[in-house]
Write a protein that binds this ligand. Sequence first.
Ligand code: SF4
Length: 213
Amino acid sequence: MSVTHGVPGTIVYRVGDGAYVNLTNRCPSACTFCLRQTCDAVGRADSLWLTRDVTAEEAVQALDAFDDEGFTVADASEVVFCGFGEPTENLSSLLAAAAHVKERWHKRVRVNTNGQGSLVNGRDITPELATCVDEVSVSLNHPDPARYQELVRSSFGDEAFPALLEFVRRARENGMEATLTTVATTITAEEEARCAEPCAELGARHRIHPFVD
Ligand code: SF4
C-alpha cells in the first residue's frame, strides 16, 4: 500500500472489557485458521484492515481519543496489542504505544503474538518488550514442530517453531508473564495435553482459544 496520509483505519477497538490495538496487517505466517481469511473484524471494530502500518504518533493519539460509547482506555481492564497482523512487525509503534499506556493509565499490557518477533526484527526483542509489556500471549498452535509449520505456514519455515520457544524463554527471563495458546478443534485432546510439557519447561500458562470462523 502506498497511502501515507490520513488515518490508516481502526487502530483501537473494544473486545469485552479490554482496549485492543491494531498496528499492522503484516505477518510472516499464513495460518490455515487465520480470522483474516473469513472476516473483516473482531470485537466491536468495523474493520481491522489498514491501508498501511500505524505510526507511533497515530497509535498514541488513537489511544488518547478512544471512546466507544463512553468506554475509554481508562475504563479498560487491560490494553492488548492484537489486530489483523503480527504486532511485532510494527515494533517501534508497539513500544511507543505500550510505554504511553503505562505512563498515562498504568494499565496491564499484553501482546498477542505468533512468537516470531525476534526473527522478524533480526534481534532478541524481549528486553525491549519487557520495559512496557506485562504478558506475551504466544500462539503455539501445535506441540509438534512439523505440524506447527503445516498449520501456520511461516515464511521463516522450520526456523519459526524453535524461535517461538526461544522467544517465550527469553520473555520469561526478562520478567514477562507468558501464555502459550492453542485453538480448540484444530488439534486433538492428546495433542493439547502434550502442550503441557513446553509450558512447564518455559514457565508459561496454557490457554485454549475457542475456534471462531
Ligand atoms: S499469526 Fe495471526 S495474523 Fe498471522 S496468519 Fe496466523 S492467525 Fe493470522
